[in-house]
Design a protein around this ligand. Structure first.
Ligand SMILES: [Zn+2]
Length: 62
């Protein structure tokens, strides 16, 4: 569950349209930091290079 950013009523986190006020939620203005794609990309860039040697030395790939 999450709160609608327009009317603050509780709605399903999968909802694309608020059932209380009828606003569409596709732009997600109230997303927390870990829900933003940018944060996921940054997290991947931080962890990704660490995982590269594991892929590089994988016996089935190399
Ligand atoms: Zn609403």
């Amino acid at each position: 569950m999450k709160n609608c950013p327009f009317c603050a009523e509780e709605i399903l986190s999968e909802a694309i349209k608020c059932k209380h006020c009828g606003e569409f939620l596709s732009k997600k203005p109230a997303a927390t930091w870990y829900q933003r794609p940018f944060s996921i990309i940054v997290a991947f860039l931080c962890v990704g290079p660490l995982a590269l040697p594991l892929i590089w030395f994988h016996p089935k790939i190399s």
